[in-house]
Every structure is written in structure tokens, then in C-alpha cells.
Design a protein around this ligand. Structure first.
Ligand SMILES: NC(=O)c1ccc[n+]([C@@H]2O[C@H](COP(=O)([O-])OP(=O)(O)OC[C@H]3O[C@@H](n4cnc5c(N)ncnc54)[C@H](OP(=O)(O)O)[C@@H]3O)[C@@H](O)[C@H]2O)c1
Length: 309
């Protein structure tokens, strides 16, 4: 397939892009950054890098981007400013929103202007859609929550839902992505390896996780399999509590995991954004089984063993 990729230079894209190249797809990657990596693929034409900000309307007037979109069979849109890395000021909340809502709105509008729009859009969302809860178990059919992230995810999904008729939309509500070298685990690993690891906050919050390789396989399946459509929860079948996650991580590293990180420390660093880590949600998928998706890492110990080896 000829694919247009937005937001695929980050933690997920790092594995997704090589996997899509390996499968023989032809890629155009949009990034605000200067081209880096993929030298062989860029020189032999398997990957084209467009240095543009997809959240800016002017970028969509660029003829290279217009050409890539009109040639595309499929689009993957994962673009979004990182959620839990900075204090949530009003200005930062605006960036969290614009990077997702504007990118998606502009993409979908540009798609609607085409005579033959791409066959499929795989658009990211997040399990934050459901809000947070210690008791509830959320599935794809559950309603949206009411906090900031839930509202952001709901608006992100609505923006994507405006795809032209004829374009298949797969919305992936992504859980906590696990792999070495980034994401939540990337932050926890050095502390745990040094022997100072432990659950963050109360330890009772849910962590609905997915190994990055499974998420990338799921995104690729969404692109390639015409029977995939609608919302799917990108989470492994066994969500765990933060206490269990910390215990399992300690076990997999052969290090202690007894030193809890008090919630207020995180609140000082992240403000309201600490909620992302201190509160969680138990999310499962009622769709992935019947869609025929099987996980390479269905349980946390195999996922952590792969991510920490
Ligand atoms: N990792 C997780 O645990 C997790 C969980 C739930 C949902 N998600 C969602 O899945 C998506 C991909 O996750 P990831 O971990 O790969 O994220 P990431 O490493 O932070 O990468 C984000 C991507 O979005 C682009 N981006 C960042 N800020 C932007 C901005 N202000 N305007 C326009 N583009 C911007 C970046 O592109 P350039 O810098 O190249 O322009 C990058 O390719 C994100 O939308 C994220 O919210 C991730």
C-alpha cells in the first residue's frame, strides 16, 4: 500500500515504520523535524520524508503533502503532543488539544477534497476516553468519561469520524504502551534497575497496557484487513494494578520493587497531569477476539521480559 504517516516519528512510530517498510509498503512520513534515519529507504524511494507540521493549515497547502495524500491508499495518524511529560498549564493544554484535533480535522478535510480519498484511516485515540475508575471495566461500547482527557479523546475521535464515506475508519484507543527506550516503562526502568523502584501513588490504580509490537501489529492489521472498522481498544487481555505492575517489573529485572513513589511528588512535577499516572482505568476489548487478532504478548510477564531483555 502507499501510506501517509502522521505522528509516526515517536515511540510507537519507531517500531511501526520499520515494520511497514519490511512488509513492502511505500511510505510518506510527515514530521516537524528534519529527516533522520531511514537513509537507505529514503535514497531508494521506499520512504519520503516531508518536514511539515500537520497541525498547521498551511502545511496542507503544500503540493508534496497534497500529492502524497491523493496517492495514498491508507493513512495512519498518531500525531499528538506527549500527555504526561510537562506541567499542565493552560497553554500546554491548548497544545495537547491542537496537536490532535487540528491535525485530524485538517487531514480529514483534505481527504474530503479528493476525488478518490484513501481507502482507510487508522487514527489514534487513547483509553483516557473512558475517564478513570478503580471499579469499572470498560470495553469499546462503554461511554466516554467526563474529565479533560476523556473529552479530548472524544473530540479527537469525532474529528476522525468526519472521514469521507468510502474511507474505512479504524480508531485505536491505545493503552499504556510497553517497550524499552520510551513511554511509561522507559521512565520506570532506570529507577527499578537502580533498586529504587516501586508502585507510583496508591498502587491500586489500574494499568491497561499493550506491548508495542502488538500495538504495531494491530495498526498494520487495521490498515490491511478490510473487515476491520470502528473502534478497537489497543490493550492486552490482562490489565493489572500499579502494585502488580511494579511487582512484576521488579521480578523481571531481579530487583526490589518496594519503594513507593508518593503521588504528591508527581503532582508537584506534573500538576493535574499527574492524574494520568495516579489514576487509571481497567480496559478490555470485546472486539479483538472476533476480529481474529491474537497477541504475541498477552500477559505482563512475557511483555516485560521482552521489553527488558
Ligand atoms: N505511548 C503511549 O503509552 C500511548 C498511550 C495512549 C495513547 N497514545 C497516543 O498514541 C500516539 C503515539 O504515541 P507515541 O508514544 O508514539 O507518542 P510520541 O513518542 O510522543 O510521538 C508523538 C508523535 O506526534 C507528533 N507530535 C508531537 N507533538 C506534536 C505537536 N505539538 N504537533 C504536531 N505533531 C506532534 C510527533 O511528530 P514530530 O515530532 O516528528 O513532528 C511524533 O511523531 C500519540 O497521539 C499518543 O497520545 C500513546
Amino acid at each position: 500500500m502507499r501510506l501517509l504517516l502522521l505522528g509516526c516519528t515517536g515511540f510507537v512510530g519507531k517500531e511501526l515504520v520499520p515494520q511497514l517498510i519490511q512488509s513492502g509498503h511505500q511510505l510518506t512520513l510527515v514530521s516537524r523535524r528534519l529527516p533522520r534515519g531511514y537513509d537507505a529507504e529514503r535514497s531508494d524511494g521506499r520512504l519520503t520524508w516531508l518536514q511539515l507540521d500537520p497541525a498547521q493549515a498551511a502545511s496542507w497547502q503544500d503540493s508534496s503533502l497534497q500529492g502524497a495524500l491523493s496517492d495514498a491508499d491508507g493513512v495512519v495518524n498518531l500525531a499528538g503532543e506527549p500527555i504526561a511529560e510537562q506541567r499542565w498549564t493552560a497553554a500546554h493544554l491548548k497544545i495537547l488539544e491542537n496537536s490532535r484535533l487540528e491535525t485530524t480535522r485538517l487531514l480529514v478535510e483534505a481527504m474530503a477534497d479528493l476525488k478518490t480519498p484513501p481507502q482507510v484511516l487508522v487514527n489514534a485515540s487513547a483509553i483516557g476516553f473512558y475517564g478513570t475508575s478503580r471499579e469499572a471495566c470498560f470495553q469499546e461500547s462503554s461511554a466516554a468519561g467526563s474529565d479533560f482527557l476523556a473529552s479530548l479523546c472524544e473530540r479527537w475521535e469525532s474529528a476522525a469520524a468526519a472521514v469521507p464515506t468510502g474511507t474505512r475508519l479504524v480508531t485505536v484507543r491505545i493503552g499504556i504502551v510497553i517497550a524499552a527506550g520510551g513511554g511509561a516503562l522507559g521512565k520506570m526502568l532506570p529507577v527499578f534497575r537502580a533498586g529504587f523502584g516501586g508502585p507510583i501513588g496508591s498502587g491500586q490504580q489500574w494499568m491497561s497496557w499493550i506491548h508495542r509490537s502488538d500495538l504495531c501489529a494491530l495498526i498494520q492489521r487495521g490498515l490491511e484487513d478490510p473487515t476491520w472498522t470502528g473502534v478497537v481498544n489497543g490493550v492486552a487481555p490482562q490489565p493489572v494494578s500499579m502494585n502488580e505492575f511494579a511487582r512484576e517489573l521488579g521480578r523481571s529485572l531481579g530487583r526490589p520493587s518496594l519503594l513507593p513513589v508518593p503521588g504528591p511528588v508527581l503532582q508537584v512535577l506534573l500538576g493535574d497531569g499527574a492524574k494520568v499516572v495516579l489514576e487509571g482505568q481497567q480496559v478490555q476489548s470485546e472486539r479483538l477476539d472476533s476480529l481474529g487478532f491474537s497477541f504475541r504478548y498477552p500477559d505482563l510477564s512475557s511483555a516485560l521480559a521482552a521489553a527488558t531483555s
